[in-house]
Design a protein around this ligand. Sequence first.
Ligand code: HEM
Length: 160
Amino acid sequence: MLEWLQTTHYSEWVRESWGWAFALTIHAFGNATVVGLMFIMGMRLFGFFKTIPYTSLNKLFPFIWVAVLFQFFSGFTLFMSKPPRYVRDGVFDIKFSLVIIGLVLLVYFQKMLKSDAAAWQAEGKVTSKGVRLAAVACIVWAFVIVMGRLTAYLGSLYIA
Ligand code: HEM
Protein backbone atom coordinates (compact mmCIF):
# COMPACT_ATOMS: atom_id res chain seq x y z
CA MET A 1 0.00 0.00 0.00
CA LEU A 2 2.73 2.47 1.04
CA GLU A 3 4.84 1.43 -1.96
CA TRP A 4 1.80 1.95 -4.20
CA LEU A 5 1.20 5.44 -2.77
CA GLN A 6 4.72 6.32 -3.84
CA THR A 7 3.92 5.39 -7.46
CA THR A 8 0.87 7.72 -7.72
CA HIS A 9 0.93 10.89 -9.85
CA TYR A 10 0.51 12.96 -6.71
CA SER A 11 3.66 11.48 -5.17
CA GLU A 12 5.56 12.04 -8.43
CA TRP A 13 4.35 15.65 -8.55
CA VAL A 14 5.59 16.24 -4.99
CA ARG A 15 9.04 14.76 -5.73
CA GLU A 16 9.63 15.95 -9.25
CA SER A 17 7.80 19.25 -9.63
CA TRP A 18 7.06 22.23 -7.40
CA GLY A 19 4.91 20.18 -4.97
CA TRP A 20 7.65 19.74 -2.39
CA ALA A 21 8.62 23.44 -2.18
CA PHE A 22 4.94 24.44 -2.15
CA ALA A 23 4.00 22.04 0.68
CA LEU A 24 7.07 22.83 2.78
CA THR A 25 6.38 26.58 2.51
CA ILE A 26 2.78 26.10 3.69
CA HIS A 27 4.01 23.78 6.47
CA ALA A 28 6.44 26.46 7.68
CA PHE A 29 3.72 29.15 7.84
CA GLY A 30 1.42 26.64 9.56
CA ASN A 31 4.07 25.93 12.20
CA ALA A 32 4.45 29.61 12.89
CA THR A 33 0.70 30.13 13.19
CA VAL A 34 -0.30 27.08 15.25
CA VAL A 35 2.69 26.90 17.57
CA GLY A 36 3.38 30.64 17.63
CA LEU A 37 -0.19 31.56 18.63
CA MET A 38 -0.29 28.71 21.18
CA PHE A 39 2.85 30.15 22.77
CA ILE A 40 1.43 33.69 22.81
CA MET A 41 -1.66 32.38 24.64
CA GLY A 42 0.52 30.36 27.00
CA MET A 43 2.74 33.33 27.79
CA ARG A 44 -0.33 35.48 28.54
CA LEU A 45 -1.47 32.86 31.08
CA PHE A 46 2.07 32.72 32.54
CA GLY A 47 1.80 36.46 33.28
CA PHE A 48 3.30 38.19 30.23
CA PHE A 49 1.61 40.83 27.99
CA LYS A 50 -0.63 42.06 30.83
CA THR A 51 -2.41 44.58 28.60
CA ILE A 52 -4.01 41.76 26.57
CA PRO A 53 -7.35 40.71 28.20
CA TYR A 54 -7.69 36.93 28.69
CA THR A 55 -11.08 37.10 26.95
CA SER A 56 -9.55 38.40 23.70
CA LEU A 57 -7.36 35.28 23.38
CA ASN A 58 -10.48 33.45 22.15
CA LYS A 59 -10.22 35.42 18.91
CA LEU A 60 -6.99 33.59 18.01
CA PHE A 61 -8.61 30.14 17.68
CA PRO A 62 -10.12 30.56 14.18
CA PHE A 63 -6.60 31.37 12.86
CA ILE A 64 -5.19 28.32 14.62
CA TRP A 65 -7.84 25.92 13.32
CA VAL A 66 -7.52 27.16 9.73
CA ALA A 67 -3.73 26.74 10.03
CA VAL A 68 -4.27 23.18 11.38
CA LEU A 69 -6.22 22.34 8.19
CA PHE A 70 -3.35 23.70 6.10
CA GLN A 71 -0.92 21.62 8.21
CA PHE A 72 -2.83 18.43 7.45
CA PHE A 73 -2.97 19.21 3.74
CA SER A 74 0.71 20.22 3.47
CA GLY A 75 1.85 17.46 5.86
CA PHE A 76 0.01 14.82 3.84
CA THR A 77 1.61 16.22 0.68
CA LEU A 78 5.12 16.02 2.20
CA PHE A 79 4.35 12.51 3.45
CA MET A 80 3.30 11.43 -0.07
CA SER A 81 6.81 12.09 -1.38
CA LYS A 82 8.12 8.88 0.25
CA PRO A 83 5.50 7.15 2.49
CA PRO A 84 7.46 3.90 3.08
CA ARG A 85 10.50 5.79 4.39
CA TYR A 86 8.48 7.93 6.81
CA VAL A 87 6.59 4.93 8.22
CA ARG A 88 9.80 2.86 8.52
CA ASP A 89 11.69 5.65 10.33
CA GLY A 90 9.47 5.76 13.41
CA VAL A 91 10.16 9.46 14.03
CA PHE A 92 7.20 10.47 11.87
CA ASP A 93 4.88 8.23 13.95
CA ILE A 94 5.98 9.96 17.15
CA LYS A 95 5.53 13.41 15.59
CA PHE A 96 2.06 12.49 14.26
CA SER A 97 0.99 11.11 17.68
CA LEU A 98 2.18 14.33 19.32
CA VAL A 99 0.15 16.37 16.80
CA ILE A 100 -2.98 14.42 17.83
CA ILE A 101 -2.23 14.89 21.55
CA GLY A 102 -1.56 18.60 20.90
CA LEU A 103 -4.91 18.96 19.13
CA VAL A 104 -6.80 17.27 21.97
CA LEU A 105 -5.10 19.66 24.43
CA LEU A 106 -5.97 22.57 22.16
CA VAL A 107 -9.67 21.60 22.25
CA TYR A 108 -9.58 21.47 26.08
CA PHE A 109 -7.67 24.72 26.20
CA GLN A 110 -10.21 26.43 23.95
CA LYS A 111 -13.12 25.13 26.06
CA MET A 112 -11.44 26.34 29.25
CA LEU A 113 -10.72 29.80 27.85
CA LYS A 114 -14.30 30.12 26.63
CA SER A 115 -15.77 29.27 30.03
CA ASP A 116 -13.17 30.75 32.43
CA ALA A 117 -11.49 33.74 30.74
CA ALA A 118 -14.07 36.27 31.93
CA ALA A 119 -13.65 35.10 35.55
CA TRP A 120 -9.84 35.27 35.28
CA GLN A 121 -10.17 38.78 33.87
CA ALA A 122 -12.43 39.88 36.75
CA GLU A 123 -10.13 38.36 39.40
CA GLY A 124 -6.96 39.47 37.66
CA LYS A 125 -5.39 36.00 37.80
CA VAL A 126 -5.50 32.59 36.17
CA THR A 127 -6.31 29.38 38.08
CA SER A 128 -3.44 26.93 38.54
CA LYS A 129 -5.39 24.44 36.41
CA GLY A 130 -5.32 26.96 33.56
CA VAL A 131 -1.58 27.54 33.91
CA ARG A 132 -0.90 23.79 34.03
CA LEU A 133 -2.95 23.08 30.91
CA ALA A 134 -1.26 25.92 29.01
CA ALA A 135 2.19 24.65 30.10
CA VAL A 136 1.50 21.06 29.00
CA ALA A 137 0.08 22.25 25.65
CA CYS A 138 3.12 24.47 25.00
CA ILE A 139 5.52 21.62 25.84
CA VAL A 140 3.70 19.15 23.56
CA TRP A 141 3.67 21.66 20.66
CA ALA A 142 7.36 22.42 21.20
CA PHE A 143 8.06 18.69 20.86
CA VAL A 144 5.96 18.55 17.67
CA ILE A 145 8.39 21.09 16.19
CA VAL A 146 11.41 19.08 17.42
CA MET A 147 10.03 15.79 16.06
CA GLY A 148 9.06 17.52 12.80
CA ARG A 149 12.67 18.63 12.35
CA LEU A 150 13.88 15.14 13.22
CA THR A 151 11.42 13.64 10.73
CA ALA A 152 13.07 15.79 8.10
CA TYR A 153 16.73 15.38 9.09
CA LEU A 154 17.35 12.34 11.29
CA GLY A 155 14.70 9.96 10.03
CA SER A 156 16.98 8.32 7.50
CA LEU A 157 19.46 7.36 10.28
CA TYR A 158 16.89 4.86 11.58
CA ILE A 159 16.89 2.85 8.35
CA ALA A 160 18.80 -0.37 8.97
C1 HEM B 1 0.16 21.57 13.55
C2 HEM B 1 0.66 20.44 13.14
C3 HEM B 1 2.07 20.23 12.63
C4 HEM B 1 3.23 20.87 12.96
C5 HEM B 1 3.44 21.97 13.99
C6 HEM B 1 4.28 20.28 12.16
C7 HEM B 1 5.62 20.64 12.21
C8 HEM B 1 6.61 20.18 11.34
C9 HEM B 1 7.99 20.66 11.26
C10 HEM B 1 8.59 21.75 12.14
C11 HEM B 1 8.61 19.99 10.28
C12 HEM B 1 10.05 20.19 9.78
C13 HEM B 1 9.94 21.03 8.51
C14 HEM B 1 11.26 21.49 7.96
O1 HEM B 1 12.06 20.68 7.46
O2 HEM B 1 11.53 22.69 8.03
C15 HEM B 1 7.67 19.04 9.74
C16 HEM B 1 7.94 18.14 8.74
C17 HEM B 1 7.06 17.19 8.29
N1 HEM B 1 5.71 17.10 8.60
FE1 HEM B 1 4.71 18.23 9.94
N2 HEM B 1 3.73 19.31 11.36
C18 HEM B 1 2.38 19.25 11.62
C19 HEM B 1 1.44 18.42 11.05
C20 HEM B 1 1.75 17.41 10.16
C21 HEM B 1 0.82 16.43 9.67
C22 HEM B 1 -0.65 16.37 10.08
C23 HEM B 1 1.52 15.62 8.81
C24 HEM B 1 1.07 14.43 8.01
C25 HEM B 1 -0.16 14.17 7.65
C26 HEM B 1 2.88 16.10 8.76
C27 HEM B 1 3.89 15.56 7.99
C28 HEM B 1 5.19 16.01 7.94
C29 HEM B 1 6.23 15.39 7.14
C30 HEM B 1 6.08 14.17 6.25
C31 HEM B 1 7.41 16.13 7.38
C32 HEM B 1 8.82 15.81 6.84
C33 HEM B 1 9.23 16.66 5.68
C34 HEM B 1 10.67 16.33 5.27
O3 HEM B 1 11.00 15.14 5.14
O4 HEM B 1 11.44 17.27 5.06
N3 HEM B 1 2.98 17.18 9.59
N4 HEM B 1 6.45 19.19 10.39
